[in-house]
Design a protein around this ligand. Sequence first.
Ligand SMILES: [Zn+2]
Length: 321
Amino acid sequence: MNLEMGETSISLDGCGRANCFVSHAHSDHVAALRAGGKSILASDETLALAGYSDKVSPLKLDGVSIKLLNSGHILGSRQLRAELDGESFVYTGDFKLHDSLTTKGAEVEKCDVLLIESTYGSPEMVFPERDFVYSCMAKWVRSNLERGAIVMLGGYSIGKAQELVKLANQYLGISPVVESNIEKACSVYEKFGVKLDRIPVRTDEAEEVLKHEFLSIVTPSSASRSFCGKLEGIYNRKVVCAVASGWALRYAYSADRAFPLSDHADFNQLIEYVERSSPRKIYCTHGETVRLASELRRRGYDAKTISKASQMTLDEFSEGD
Ligand SMILES: [Zn+2]
């Protein structure tokens, strides 16, 4: 999507303009960094996690007031707030309102036009309290370790995996073994002040730990029963795995357990965000857009869906071609 603002325009998590806003470091949002040659608006944390620190030219816009707000999704994730002639626009990017073990919840400011992510835009997608999920996960991990099993927790390598490391540190007093790509993101988190006690694979310390029962934080594809079966053959020990994802509410995973721990807002948080920002026009993007727009209209809001290829105009608030 592109936002047209007076004389200038900016691509929102895309690369269709010379000026690009990159909300966070997940791979489906960093096209502008990969494309190269763009003027980039992103947090230092995002550039570091994506591996582009010192490699981009920062964006400068004349006449438009731009502000980045924390979006509470992963380290460095930001919302874009733009204001022109007294009219304001906010693009949330991926967000959640509640604090996690590694990130503070999203900031919410009033705006005239809101472009909101809709990943969990259906009313049945409501997560349990985060602390309760943490406790359930810790209890499950502890009981399996006490039985002498190897435990693997799966989560995305940037964001979720670091939260799982923190969970192991705080709730279990354990330094988990982490895969190399997870270690890479952990070191960036630490650089920005989030302390994470972990043991990278292929170190002497990891080799020692792997001789006994242990906890490992892995990417979701490794947290599967078929992979556990292979490891059981190698380690001659019971191996159990669990996945941490909001989609655990809807889908079955090929894992021993799936916990509904998400870095996105659930349906209630999406509605709460809209109520607190009180926009007069809402565009729903990315995810269950049709359902969310319809739920918002039922609540009296002027809401509709918008496609990725669309353009929005800040001074008119109308969808362009
Ligand atoms: Zn994301």
